[in-house]
Design a protein around this ligand. Structure first.
Ligand code: PSU
Ligand code: MN
Length: 311
């Protein structure tokens, strides 16, 4: 706590959970500022927090507001963020930009991992990670660099096939990041459970995930543990439908010469539009499912720390 940067500010809920040794789950906010249209973004953010609480953990939605890196938001702050139209997307290089420019910021997977780990949070839930883009030469998300270097458990539904999944998984292998299939041997592809690429290890329970992460880090490894949970069966989109929308979106991005930080939000928006309400429902379902699993993992983590202190 003492080495927390002065620009960090913890919500009362997170502070109290820390003091009482209760489980905490970090949640990202680019999905709120750039990933989902209004008003779904706010409902989703509130529902994710509620899902974490229902599992007995404290949610820490991370964002930049009022010149501070906020670890946990008040209901009011969450609304401000969801309703803002000029929040910037904050990955690793953008923290100082947002803080010094007094801008609101939604943190990406990389940005949220960074802030959460600094605040001592061990588990983080998101929808999909960024990766290597297809058809856009040399566009590689900072998320991959963060996964390689920040020790935290990231619960995701894998990544959208908007990305070059083969290259993304190769990168993760090169950088020594364990890719855990939660209850599956295949890498989940966000809207669909995935059936093409293998994961590096399959684990089936929160206890197994915690044991794996502890072993990984006790060895001195520095990387994240990327847990990939397939979308719930009833919510999955037809893989072909999803892929077609993603391909159209990707082609449009090329035609419009959209690149850099804007590419992912553009693709997400177009895929949402092209698949209509279906993809939105799927997106919300998998986010909530990931929040629940992350809270279960955080609970096991904390109960083991507690037991370790007793022995
Ligand atoms: N993929 C999704 N939904 C998202 C994102 C990615 O399916 O909301 C967001 C995440 O916040 C992720 C970011 O960290 O986009 C990656 O952006 P970029 O490719 O610019 O690094
Ligand atoms: Mn990029």
């Amino acid at each position: 706590m003492s080495d927390l940067p002065s620009s960090f500010s913890l919500s009362l809920e997170v502070l109290s959970a820390r003091r009482r040794g209760l489980p905490i789950v970090a949640l990202e906010s680019t999905v709120i500022t750039h990933g989902l249209p209004k008003p779904y973004n706010l409902t989703l953010a509130q529902d994710m927090e509620a899902a974490v609480r229902a599992e007995g953990a404290a949610p820490a939605t991370i964002a930049i507001l009022g010149g501070k890196v906020q670890i946990g938001l008040t209901p009011d702050q969450l609304e401000q963020l969801a309703n803002s139209s000029d929040a910037i997307k904050v990955s690793l290089r953008d923290f100082a930009t947002a803080l010094t420019g007094n801008k609101m910021g939604g943190t990406t997977v990389a940005g949220t991992m960074f802030a959460a780990e600094k605040a001592g949070i061990r588990v983080f839930a998101t929808g999909g990670i960024g990766g290597v883009h297809r058809e856009h030469s040399f566009d590689v998300s900072t998320d991959l660099q963060a996964l390689a270097s920040i020790p935290i458990i990231v619960v995701s539904a894998g990544a959208k096939s908007i990305l070059d999944l083969r290259a993304t998984l190769e990168y993760l292998e090169t950088m020594g990041v364990p890719v855990v299939g939660y209850g599956t041997d295949k890498f989940p592809e966000f809207f669909s459970p995935g059936k093409t690429y293998p994961v590096s290890v399959r684990l089936d329970t929160p206890e197994a995930v915690v044991a794996f992460a502890k072993t990984h880090w006790e060895l001195g490894m520095k990387s994240a543990v990327l847990v990939c949970q397939p979308i719930p069966a009833g919510s999955a989109l037809d893989a072909q439908v999803a892929r077609q929308a993603e391909e159209t979106a990707s082609r449009e991005a090329q035609e419009k010469n959209i690149r850099g930080q804007e590419l992912t939000p553009f693709l997400l928006k177009r895929v949402n539009e092209l698949t209509g309400g279906k993809s939105m429902r799927a997106n919300l379902d998998l986010l909530l499912n990931n929040a629940r699993l992350a809270a279960q993992i955080a609970r096991v983590w904390v109960s083991q720390e507690y037991r370790a202190r007793l022995t």
